[in-house]
Design a protein around this ligand. Structure first.
Ligand SMILES: NC(=O)c1ccc[n+]([C@@H]2O[C@H](COP(=O)([O-])OP(=O)(O)OC[C@H]3O[C@@H](n4cnc5c(N)ncnc54)[C@H](O)[C@@H]3O)[C@@H](O)[C@H]2O)c1
Length: 361
């Protein structure tokens, strides 16, 4: 007889991603209680009313400490993850926190220590893992179908309008730390068991600097792994504002001794032109006429429900909690390693020198 656990979920941060996660939780058969909190109490109230949550507040601890709550989703802005995660861990709750785990290694280590001290179930939302093409790629690696991985390449492009929204939300959320981080996680995941020992990177400034942000328009990095594998990763969040992708335009290639995988994630094969214009899933006052469908990073609304990476990931996590099914969400140790690599890429691009890992804290 499958044992089914009843879930009470608190969602901290009622913004774009918190709203998606809360809506998906409200539609999950294992969830019978939802509490919402946000630094802006009105946002928490509006989301709670929209999804039929039982509780809402401007006080995170009030939501996290509800007796009905046994799991917490932290979807606050990048620089605001640490405190609510620590509050939830201290109360013995299970936690899903959005990426990046934190913005500094010392903060990440504080979370890791607290989680490991309590044997807590903490996961990090590297939702690219739950875009089906990457989930299936991981399965091929696990089946040994590409043999030993000797190299990989991954890059992500996006429009400058998305970069400016991200940097406005948090200056520390640079394209490397906040976007390339997904692909560092994916390549680390494909190369599970090995770790990065050295990074060499170069970047170039341009339109983002002109817009007032001391951030590179483009960054390329060479990652060397402990098993000898080498990977080339790159990010540019400076594409023209009206570039037709609504999110990541990406590619991942994996080179093995027995095979190769080439995953095109640019979505240029799914185009729509609309005189009416298409709203941006992520930027409220932004619409485009030409669009690559299914290029929205979290996923897409269709026929009244949400589909795609965030939907798959949230449902997999809730099934994991309710039914004890295994899930592939990133662990805090993996997320800490990914953060370290992204910080090393930024250091190497700034110093123009190779950077050895582990980084001094
Ligand atoms: N997995 C994905 O596909 C994906 C996509 C986009 C963003 N993200 C991540 O999700 C997180 C949230 O991003 P977003 O786009 O939803 O941002 P957002 O700005 O839309 O929402 C953040 C919300 O957090 C609230 N908030 C900020 N500090 C708070 C605090 N201390 N306590 C309570 N509420 C607080 C804000 O008021 C806002 O409502 C970020 O870490 C981001 O990197 C993940």
């Amino acid at each position: 007889m499958i044992e089914r656990k009843q879930l009470g979920i608190a969602v901290v941060g009622a913004g774009r991603i918190g709203s998606l996660r809360a809506g998906l939780a409200a539609g999950h058969p294992g969830v019978n209680f939802i509490a919402i909190s946000d630094a802006d109490p009105a946002r928490a109230r509006d989301l709670a009313q929209r999804i039929g949550a039982q509780f809402h507040s401007g006080d995170n601890l009030a939501a996290i400490s509800r007796p009905e709550v046994n799991a917490v989703i932290v979807a606050t802005s990048e620089g605001e993850h640490v405190r609510p995660v620590m509050q939830a861990l201290e109360l013995g709750k299970t936690v899903l926190v959005e990426k990046p785990l934190a913005l500094t290694l010392s903060e990440a280590d504080g979370i890791l220590a607290a989680a490991e001290k309590r044997g807590a179930n903490l996961r990090v939302g590297y939702s690219r893992r739950y875009k089906e093409r990457y989930l299936i790629a991981k399965e091929q690696v696990m089946q040994g179908r590409v043999g030993r991985i000797v190299g990989a390449s991954a890059r992500v492009f996006n429009s400058r309008s998305q970069a400016l929204a991200m940097l406005k939300r948090n200056p520390g959320a640079t394209p490397v730390v906040d976007a390339l981080t997904y692909y560092v996680d994916l390549v680390n995941w494909m190369l599970e068991g090995a770790h990065v020992t050295e990074v060499f990177a170069r970047g170039q400034k341009g339109v983002l600097k002109e817009a007032g942000h001391d951030t590179d328009d483009v960054t390329w990095a060479i990652l060397s792994y402990s098993d000898g594998a080498v990977a080339n990763l790159g990010v540019s969040y400076a594409l023209p504002a009206k570039y037709p992708a609504l999110g990541h335009a990406a590619r991942l290639e994996v080179l093995g001794t027995e095979g190769v995988m080439i995953l095109d994630d640019d979505h240029t094969d799914q185009l729509m032109y609309s005189e009416k214009g298409v709203p941006h899933v992520y930027l409220p006052d932004h619409s485009v006429n030409m669009v690559f469908l299914q290029s929205g990073t979290p996923g897409d609304w269709a026929l009244g429900d949400f589909w795609g990476p965030i939907a798959n990931e949230t449902r997999a996590w809730l099934d994991h909690l309710a039914l004890g099914k295994p899930c592939a969400l990133a662990t805090p140790r993996e997320a800490r390693r990914t953060l370290e690599v992204t910080l090393a890429i930024e250091q190497s691009a700034a110093s123009r020198k190779p950077v050895a890992l582990p980084l001094a804290k």
